[in-house]
Design a protein around this ligand. Sequence first.
Ligand code: DP6
Length: 340
Amino acid sequence: MAQRTNDLGRAEACANIALAKYWGKSKKGDNLTAVPSLSMTLDSLRTRTEVKFETGLTEDLVVLNSQLVHGSETARVSALLDRFRNLADIDLKARVTSMNNFPTAAGLASSASGFAALAAASSQACGLELAAAELSSQARKSSASAGRSLFGGFVELLSETPQASPVAPANHFPLAMIVLIVRSSRKEASSSWGMQHTASTCPYYESWLHHAPEMFAQVRSAVLEKDFTKLAEAMEHSTRLMHATMMTSLPPILYFRGATVELMHEVAKRRAAGHPEAYTMDAGPNVKVLTPAQNLEAALAFYKSYPGVESIVTCRPGPGTAFLSHSSALETAQRENEVS
Ligand code: DP6
């Protein structure tokens, strides 16, 4: 095998939030998804990652947010690195340094931006020139939602499909996403475990598989038509269908907290009163409120002092994963390691 040294890769990726949810893996394996999903890439939640293959390392070293990590977290990174080592015929171990510009403790999923940035940085460190679709496929094998973060704006990942693809660019539909953090702790169980548990114990799981594609189709056409009301209704229904399968698993997976439910009522009440706002929740209790950009200030003014909201992060449709050429990239990420 080739012995390549000092090959360095650096990349930055944004997180994304599914407007039409995926929950469940395909029986075909390879981390393919059982249902289609559509996400918005988020400009202000970013991960910067540096990968360097080095002689003399006996194992991959992974530093996340300035902390050396071990065990399953390193194993997941090594599994992705192994695929790139195979593609590039490299047998060196790597040093991986990754920084989020948002606190991991805020309970915001970082695996999407993390594995998208890792896939891009690894390919560059290997000297491979892969198309975004191939990088998306590689990131998706590690975390399905990460496949969507390779692209900016609005992105779909069809069921049993290796790579995500762009639906519309970031400037297509001027929206904003307000992340209301109601509980700043890391989630208890991994999504992969949760999906497997849901598939094997929820009596409504087949029904979810049946209905999710219709929700996806409605979200997709609402995005393309820039129809906020249609998007709000389909997005919220997709969220509730997904959480219903989680809650009716045995034992249940109940991510909602009191403030989550209060906020669902509040958003519904406000929309009925003419405020264009809609909610979505992922594998955690935080509520993400989607709103047209022109309503952002009014929505922020209302939600920032809402009981139970610990902090807020505001996002707009963001760019796809990019390679970084500046050596100061990670230091900059460190300085920016604060959100309002
Ligand atoms: C609820 O992509 O984190 O956010 O592939 O096991 O890493 P793994 O799961 P992940 O699941 C995301 C689930 C979700 C909905 C979504 O993003 O579509």
